[in-house]
Ligand binder design. Sequence first.
Ligand code: AGP
Length: 598
Amino acid sequence: MCGIFSIYSKRDIKPNSFINSLKELEYRGYDSAGVAFFEEDNIKILKTTLKIKDLESKLKNNLKTSLIMGHTRWATHGSPSIKNCHPHEYKNIVLVHNGIVENYDELKRHKAIQQNKFKSDTDTEVLAHLISYYLEREGSLVKSVARVGEIIKGSNSFLCLDKKDPKLIVAYKNKTPLYLGIKNNGEFLFSSDLNAMKNDLNNYYFLNDEELIEINNHRIRCFNSKMKIKKMTMVPYASSVVKKKKKLEAEGLITYDEINSQKFLIPKIFNTFDTIKKEIKTIKNFSEIVIIGCGSSFNASMLGKHYFEQISGIPTAVYRPSEFVFFKKKNRNTLYIFMSQSGETADTCDLLETNTGYFKNSLSIVNQSDSRLVRNTRLSLNLDLGIEKGVAATKTFTGQLIYLYSLAIIFSGKKNKKSSDLTSFNKHYMKIFSLQNKIKDIAKKFHKSKNFFILGRNYNYPIALEASLKIKEIAYIHAEASLSSEMKHGPIALLDKNFPIIFLISNNQDSVLKEITNLYEAKSRSNRILLLATSNVIQKLDKNFLKEISLIEIPNVEEDLLPNLFTVPLQYFAYHLAKLNNLSVDQPRNLAKVVTVV
Ligand code: AGP
């Protein structure tokens, strides 16, 4: 995970512009941060285990440097401490790294460095030791990095400086992303994502796997792993690629803003139906679907299964990439859908990349058009919702639901919804956002809870899974999603009068009465029930019963579209639980937005 960023310039670099870009990468990891820069030909290194803001105050405003590189860390090897914070150095080598050197332990025993003293617990430090060793022999930094590139395993991108040469930087990339950018003023940038480079960017290049770039005395060259010079085809930067950040709303938190942004974004996605149809017209001849994804993308895929089976009549299986076992299956008429908002999740990308022959008939659904997953799937659909920075997936989850829904309609051969139906949906959808004060009040009754059950059936089961993930990751409260029908098979033993239960009742006519029975069964055992149900389901419930529970009424809309309406209140609920407990909602502990390690 981690974010790396650097500026190489002919002029003095403005610390603000560097820090602002590094902050843009903070979503990739925020356990610690550090910078290295040349000042009057001497290297300086600053580190913090606080947020990047702390570095900002350490970098004086009159800083005089024309080469600076920085890092924001998500700890994998070694706790978040100053000694484990990047940049790491050994002798003349200074580097910042994103990824994992999987064989670092074995490499530490490499005869060249086995006697060396290591200062940190990281896998990264071994890179500095090895590069330093080769540099003493090869005399060339880029060649030394290439030698090290050949022996390391895993997914690794890093930037490397030589303390003796303030006009030299070498970048290496394998599997985890790294971009080179050239600004309109001629400055060179390296960055883990495109968004952090966007200001005044002229063009950019996404490094291929095992490529190296050397900038030496303002001359730039790209090499493959065998040190053959490669031509870089720069992509002109269109500012539309990265959407301008919307003004934050009252609460000033990114996650809150992203939940609210769905008010306008989601209705718009319904208009992309024809575009989706056009983009997937070459998908033919499949009789089953397999969807693969992690976390929220897995939860959205679970609803996708429901849509594909119910609407299109196509048998669908859903896998987390680490559990994918379909390989033995003879049937080749399978469409593989890879779900990932970032398009960079290592679990998902690794499965695809190590089996490209198998996953020939593949489609990815991402929110990042220039990503690993897009490059390796046959077709790709871009949610195009603008970057999502809050670690909790919110707008991208809902976006994924609608894309899967649209695909299910397209695969069924049916027509898109009439525009009058969509207008009516939008009206109801807007109402959901006005529930937020009520949801905040309800959260006040529950925020001290240690556990939640979240129960639902049909389309509400994936929504329950997603709500439990949101509550765990941002409110740090244990939450378990279950089919309401399954409680009686064991989990009900956990209930007592104080056990909080969030009950989601679907309006599915075949199961609604059974779901209501399960609701009463739960209420007989617990006094702490929050019910989310549509108006017509609520009418079926006992009036006195309703007085004893917390209730969020969901407008009646067509069943297939209801998941969108159930999702938003639960996102608000998780958000308010976290806020009431004074937690870091946008950057929850131990997490990062993009999980580029396996
Ligand atoms: C969701 O709130 C998470 N932060 C996380 O589970 C995420 O959905 C998962 O890591 C997959 O990410 P992706 O969609 O970018 O592949």
